[in-house]
Design a protein around this ligand. Structure first.
Ligand code: BGC
Ligand code: NOJ
Length: 809
């Protein structure tokens, strides 16, 4: 069942049934000010850091669901309603929510009054705008009361939900005309406040939640809205809110609009007050003045639209499949940008107060956005590398505000360092910017031990070699990509963190997955060295890679598939000899991507086993059979009920590894069939089963052992976005940035006869057409550049503005 439809022309998803299985959200903001916004106008705003500068409150896991946000209330005689349906949940006559790129429009109508909310965060300003337009579609004059409402968070979202003995007494507000200022803690150490304004004259306001809602009141029926007016309250302590009230008499056919705005404002320390207790409102006035007319509002929106059009135009595909086109050209790329902005911090599943930026997460996200924002990708690489430890190991997370490694979680996740090679390699291939390798970058954020980025890669590579186990396979440490396979943890106490309990340096537990990574990214590292003319070092690296390949085929091969690991006792994990968890997806995908066993036959056997043992109609599960009991030697993975998360869920992140592997084997039909299984646009028709947004990937879909098989969870912030974008554009469509140019090597379904791609690459726009007259799955036989045939291989990077490329398979 569908709850809306894609509007590809306007790059929107249009929701027409407000009772979506879960709140379906969008992200507004692309610089420092962000808002999460659901299809019923739920959500929250923050500045830069979802924990430390939370502007409005949001209660996760509340009942009813998704009550906090940016709701507009309408009182029309005895009826009260919201254009986004929530929180009154008054039935609407008409409803539409248009989630677009960086903006959302919500339209609701009831008894011939239509209300439209247009929300966006403009480029380069710290403000959420919400233009509300009312239209009287009746034949007679109508009398309406309009209310805005937001609830302020007292800045630190963690403290806000725990430290009530203090924060029930700290709240402070000021109101001037239509501007409501939230200034809690500004009197002391803060130099920032929030302002919630209307660009029109208001009739009343409230800043005390209790007064607006009524004693023991509810957002479903606020007392002020029922009364048809606010009480002009100024909050002292308790819960400061912002509510505007405007009374309207609308003639038949008349429209009225008002722009509401929620801004974050900083004031220089010595200019904080204009007189004792009165805050300096000048910077707020200035910011508001940029968006206080319809013309300025429309211009801001136009700039935002142009920004997104430009970003997305860097990769545009035109195939016969509209679902593929809309994912590549719009939604998958958009999701990659959201992971750039958010990492794993704030979604409807990530509370914004838990995790910082993940080392491996950020490195992998880069694979999906590097072609859109190469300059910012460069900075991201340098920030990540600066947290690397001197021995080549990595802090597992770092804080976006301080950009320092997080010592609470520490290091010892032994795959982390290799992801740095992965993202630097992708960056150089995209940009040709070899100079980045000469940049001096701190180790552990200490300038005194800074060295070149190349040296960082060297230490990443050597970190694996310095941490080998009894089978000459890499030691796993706390965990590898699979955070929940904790082989050195042995946790017996409820509540103990699987991530940081137990030693990180187990001397026995080994990971075949890291071995595969080492082969794949070790080859990339050797290529980089060779390119720099460091032939001896390159040869030594290649030797180490070859030795690892041998070790995998000797002790990392189970007969029909790649083994997952050896545990702390040297026992096999992911083997046919195990009672449960006999086969895992990760090493099958990674080892084949690395080219292990492609010549000698193991690769094909491994992929056959994936098909037989792990594939389901909704994608490939992470392991099989699911663990039915808790295993001390395995950790968190066995803590989940069968079919969920890392215990045999469909982890969307590593499905593309198998798809990549299939393209390496030349299986275009199979690769595309697998792609479709987890791709949200292909699941739109079963939204009642899949439940998460049909326009973005989610982290996990319940696996075949789960009672809710097919149900998605944890949408938006997942490495799935980057990996599926990469596998579709590079593996299937075959457009592969390479050190010296663009390599085009499609692996497509055999029924595809032709497709076109516009691909911006190092300043040149490549207009590429791929012809497949013989209906092959792989293999290029002819390349024409601007009409002239060139030899097969990489198309050298051009200095022209535009280049025409024709590929014949
Ligand atoms: C989740 C993982 C996650 C880890 C770290 C686990 O509970 O299942 O997906 O990587 O926590 O936050
Ligand atoms: C989510 C984490 O963010 C990621 O780093 C990890 O690889 C996966 N979970 C798998 O456990």
């Amino acid at each position: 069942m569908k709850y809306g439809h894609f509007d590809d022309l306007n790059k929107e998803y249009v929701i027409t049934n407000y009772e979506t299985p879960l709140p379906w959200i969008n992200y507004l903001g692309s610089d420092d000010f962000f808002t999460l916004l659901s299809n019923t106008a739920g959500g929250y705003s923050f500045y830069k850091d979802a924990r430390l500068r939370r502007i409005t409150r949001y209660r996760y896991n509340n009942l009813p669901l998704d009550q906090d946000g940016f709701h507009i209330y309408i009182k029309d005689n005895k009826t009260i309603w919201n254009p986004g349906w929530q929180p009154t949940r008054t039935k609407l006559d008409k409803y539409e929510c248009h989630h677009g790129l960086g903006y959302t429009n919500i339209i609701g109508s009831k008894n011939r009054i239509e209300v439209k909310q247009e929300l966006y965060v403009p480029k380069n300003d710290n403000i959420l705008l919400d233009r509300v337009t009312l239209r009287n579609n009746d034949k007679k004059k109508r009398s309406i009361d309009l209310f805005s409402f937001v609830e302020f968070c007292l800045w630190d979202a963690q403290d806000d939900t725990t430290n009530f003995q203090r924060n029930f007494s700290t709240g402070e507000m000021e109101v001037v005309g239509s501007k409501i200022y939230h200034k809690t803690e500004y009197r002391e150490r803060r130099n920032h406040y929030a302002v919630f304004f209307a660009n029109k004259k208001i009739d009343s306001f409230d800043t005390e939640r209790e007064k607006f809602m009524g004693l023991y009141g509810s957002p479903a029926a606020p007392q002020a809205v029922l009364n048809g007016k606010c009480s002009n309250t100024i909050a002292h302590g308790w819960q400061p809110v912002g509510a505007h009230h405007i009374h309207l008499d609308l003639e038949a056919g008349e429209t009225y609009d008002v722009i509401f705005g929620l801004a974050y404002v900083e004031v220089p320390e010595r200019k904080k007050f204009i007189k004792p207790g009165v805050i300096n409102k000048e910077p707020a006035e200035k910011l508001i003045g940029k968006y206080d007319t319809d013309k300025k509002f429309d211009e801001g929106l136009k700039t935002l639209n142009a920004f997104w059009d430009k970003l997305l135009s860097r990769f545009e595909v035109s195939t016969a499949n509209e679902k593929v086109n809309r994912m590549v050209n719009i939604w998958n790329a958009y999701q990659c940008m959201v992971t750039f902005n958010m990492s794993r911090s704030a979604s409807y599943y990530e509370s914004g107060i838990g995790r910082g930026m993940g080392f491996r997460d950020s490195c992998q996200d880069l694979l999906g956005f590097v072609h859109m924002i190469p300059e910012r990708a460069r900075q991201r690489i340098l920030d990540i590398a600066a947290t690397q430890k001197e021995d080549g190991g990595a802090y597992h997370q770092y804080q976006p505000l301080t950009k320092k490694g997080n010592s609470d979680i520490g290091g010892g996740f032994n795959d982390d360092p290799l992801w740095l090679i992965a993202c630097v390699d992708a960056y150089i291939k995209e940009t040709g910017d070899w100079g980045i390798l000469d940049e001096k970058v701190d180790f552990d954020n200490k300038p005194e031990v800074a060295d070149t980025l190349l040296e960082h890669l060297r230490r990443s590579f050597n970190y694996t070699l310095n941490n080998l186990g009894p089978h000459s396979l890499p030691l796993i440490g706390r965990a590898d990509w699979n955070d929940c396979l904790n082989l050195n943890c042995f946790s017996k106490h409820p509540g103990e963190s699987f991530q940081i309990s137990g030693p990180s340096e187990g001397p026995v537990a080994e990971s075949v997955f890291i071995a595969g990574m080492f082969v794949k990214y070790g080859k990339a590292y050797a290529n980089i060295l060779r390119h720099l003319g460091k032939d001896d070092e390159a040869a030594a690296a290649e030797k180490a890679v070859a030795a690892m390949e041998k070790a995998v085929l000797k002790d990392g091969w189970d007969g029909k598939w790649f083994l997952r690991a050896y545990d702390a006792f040297g026992n096999k994990v992911g083997s046919s000899t195990n009672d449960e968890g006999q086969i895992y997806i990760e090493p099958q995908g990674m080892c084949v991507m690395a080219g292990i066993g492609v010549e000698s036959g193991e690769a094909q056997k491994a992929l056959d086993s994936v098909k037989k043992r792990l594939e389901t109609k909704y994608g490939i599960v992470i392991l099989n059979p699911a663990y039915t009991t808790y295993r001390l030697n395995l950790g968190e993975i066995s803590s989940y009920p069968p079919g969920y998360k890392e215990n045999a869920g469909i982890f969307c992140h590593n499905n593309p590894w198998v798809i990549f592997a299939e393209t390496i084997m030349g299986h275009g039909n199979r690769a595309f069939a697998l792609y479709k299984k987890t791709c949200p646009a292909f699941l739109e028709d079963i939204s009642e089963i899949h439940r998460t947004e049909p326009y973005v990937y989610c982290q996990m879909v319940a696996g075949k052992d789960a009672p809710t098989f097919g149900e998605g969870k944890n949408s938006w912030l997942t490495g799935t976005a980057a990996w599926t974008f990469t596998v579709l554009t590079q593996g299937i469509l075959g457009i592969q940035p390479d050190y010296d140019g663009l390599k085009i090597d499609p692996c497509i379904p055999s029924n595809v006869s032709e497709y076109k791609v516009n691909r911006r690459f190092r300043g040149t726009m490549y207009h590429i057409t791929v012809f497949n007259p013989d209906r092959k799955q792989k293999g290029v036989r002819k390349i024409l550049v601007d009409g002239k045939e060139i030899k097969l291989g990489v198309i050298p990077a051009s200095t022209k503005k535009e280049v025409d490329v024709q590929i014949v398979m």
